[in-house]
Design a protein around this ligand. Structure first.
Ligand code: SF4
Length: 290
């Protein structure tokens, strides 16, 4: 049976105008040959973030070794890590005056360290040009090499550590078949034990068909693993082949989820339809988040 397409509700609207800074960000990314998850995931916030001179860099290529049907990033056999990539990202950060950079990557199950060394190389290159820069590392689940990967990341502390559970475990078979909910929780718990003072963040999308009880259990699981930052946003189908949206969650419901999450002990929560893991990430740093 053909999946049912639900029309966009009125609150799923974003302005389309772009300004000078947007084009400057776009031009520099192109000139320096840097990929972003903003474009690869067709993020609805791209105009807003780039206009503010911020972007989330996607390292280690644009080919993922997994194939999640909610995600528009291509999958297949990736290329070897690019040794020049860290320097180019440092140049980008310097020319845009970026003080807080979110770094993420595709899944690199083909690499012996899951790609952790490239995260470290990017942070080090950026710190060479701007020692006061801050970082948020939004990492894959480092399947099979979690301990080794965190050992490597430890070299560039401090940072915000992020790993997204993305959805409720009941939907992993359809939305994240190459992932494993328990493994993602293990990584968050492992990071918490490893870095007791580091903010640990996770995100999930609503609208894939999850129930409220299932969402609540995920929040409890995250708190139980020491996760203290949470981001919840509306799933939006990023490409024609991606999973259909099953439900649009009202902004007021997002707001009440936010209140519930704070009551559960999360110290920083972004819960609104356009929330994405890197959206307003830097605000936490400057507005008194942990
Ligand atoms: S929310 Fe994140 S991924 Fe989306 S445009 Fe902004 S920086 Fe990029």
């Amino acid at each position: 049976m053909k999946p049912q397409h639900i029309p966009f509700p009125p609150w799923i609207r974003k302005g389309l105008s772009t300004g000078v800074q947007y084009h400057r960000t776009e031009g520099l990314l192109k000139q320096l040959d840097i990929d972003t998850i903003c474009t690869q995931a067709h993020c609805p916030n791209q105009r807003e973030c780039w206009e503010q001179g911020t972007a989330t860099v996607l390292i280690l290529g644009t080919i993922c070794t997994r194939n999640c049907p909610f995600c528009s990033v291509a999958h297949g056999t990736p290329e070897l890590p690019d040794a020049e990539e860290p320097k180019r990202i440092a140049q980008l950060a310097s020319r845009l005056g970026i003080q807080y950079l979110v770094i993420t990557s595709v899944d690199r199950d083909d690499l012996a360290d899951g790609g952790a060394s490239q995260f470290v190389a990017v942070v080090q290159a950026c710190r060479e040009v701007n020692p006061s820069m801050r970082f948020e590392l939004l990492v894959p689940d480092f399947k099979g090499v979690q301990e080794k990967a965190l050992d490597i990341l430890d070299r560039v502390q401090p940072f915000v550590f992020g790993h997204n559970v993305e959805t409720v475990p009941e939907l992993y078979p359809v939305a994240r078949p190459g992932g494993n909910y328990g493994r993602s929780l293990d990584l968050l718990a492992f990071a918490r034990r490893r870095w007791p003072d580091t903010p640990i963040k996770s995100s999930l999308m609503l609208g894939l068909g999850e129930t409220e009880d299932q969402v609540r259990r995920v929040l409890q699981d995250l708190r139980g693993r020491g996760c203290d930052r949470l981001c919840m946003g509306q799933y939006l189908k990023p490409s024609k082949d991606s999973l259909e949206v099953k439900q649009f969650v009202h902004p007021e419901r997002f707001a009440s989820w936010g209140e519930e999450a704070m009551a559960m002990g999360f110290t920083w929560v972004l819960s609104e339809p356009f929330a994405r893991s890197s959206y307003h990430a830097q605000d936490a740093t400057y507005s008194g988040g942990k």
